[in-house]
Design a protein around this ligand. Sequence first.
Ligand code: 5AD
Ligand code: SF4
Length: 469
Amino acid sequence: MQNKVQYLNYHPDVELARRILEFYPGTPRLYLHSFGCQQNVNDGELLRGVLAGVGFASTDTTEDADLIIFNTCAVREHAEQRVFGNIGALKALKKKNPRLIIAVCGCMVQQADVVEKFRASYPFVDMTFGPNSIDLVPQLLYEKLSGGKRLLCPPNERTDIVEELPAERNSGFKAFLPIMYGCDNFCSYCIVPYVRGRERSRRPADVLREFTALVQQGYKEITLLGQNVNSYGKGLEESVDFSDLLEQLCAVPGDYILRFMTSHPKDATRKLIDTIAAHPEHLAPHLHLPVQSGSDRILKEMNRRYTRAQYLELIGYAREKLPGVTFSSDIIVGFPGETQQDFEETLSMLREVKYMQLFTFIYSKRGGTRAAELPDPTPYEEKAQRIAAIQKQQEELLEPMMQARVGSVQRVLVEGEGRAAGTLAGRMDDNTLVQFALPQGVEAAALTGTFTPVRITGARLSMLTGELA
Ligand code: 5AD
Ligand code: SF4
């Protein structure tokens, strides 16, 4: 396939930054809030980096901000409603500080009807721009400041990949690293292919360069991001798949753990599992494999392009090759036309796989998707009962799995102080939360961001407890 993606390099424009700063008497302040998935969180870190390059300082209150950015998510209606609510609350601020600029970016404003709603009903929103315009933000901001007019960018289909954007990361030891953008799967319920556009991969050399720099800077957990990392490499000039990329990255020396999400089951291969098996030092024996439903009929309606049997076959192979492997998943209940029988097949699927972690969602209708056209006769209350039943079953399944870990010693990446006083909390290789007592005379800061062996002494549903081993 011919690669039509343009690869660009970001260069900060010093002259543009100077002209922007002329509009402010002192150092302007940015308030930025990201909703939604890790990809969006990473976009927020890049936005913050780009604006720091212009001269913006960050603030965590909207009251003293000169620029407020809501970086939004469109996957479910609930997330969108929260954004409308949060933005509505800013109206009064704008009266107090007429210089304040309010911007909405991210997936929501890649929908024409949403931009129209901001135009018509939220006159105090000054700017909208999509997730593929982060490099253009200084220019947009300057236009807004100098022209005064509202700048509501309509959704766009730009497919350029911009390298060298500066990131201001939220953590000093955990980093996100996007390896691809967009999605071509068109699962029938999902808005993502419409708002994030066609699938395109970063070049392996660019990923490797950024990855190596992160390892050298001391990052301990690096999560590769993509809507479907298993289809990485399609359309690139060189022939490289996701497993090949993992091989290249694992060859970088250092003390780190490499995670990735999301793996679409239809594209997860035995080769991927073999690659994980070959690099236990860097790749955790853990797979996030969103199954969505256990019913073949619903999987077909969802356009997932795998069957229950194919999914279970992959799980079986992973169990064979990766001792102690754990799984996590996403589930949608109440997809249009889901019957009680379909739902029970999802319940039985969860009993077969036994997930360590489950993210459950009630189906949310998204305008423009294929599923939005389907008849959906099941009342919401029934869907709510189904999700409660799933969660209850999951708790029952999880309890013995958590208990089984008591007595083992686990490698934990310490993230900081735990919820209980005098404790530290961190995550095991498979992402399970562990809380353990802070040893006498040790400062929390000394262990934060390091891998620490912890002996597990107790198990609750949401986390394990333990002591330094
Ligand atoms: N309704 C409910 N859940 C959804 N997801 C994606 N689209 C929808 C929708 N329309 C869930 C899927 C996906 C996760 C990120 O969000 O489970 O894996
Ligand atoms: Fe949506 Fe499916 Fe793409 Fe995931 S893989 S973003 S669920 S279309």
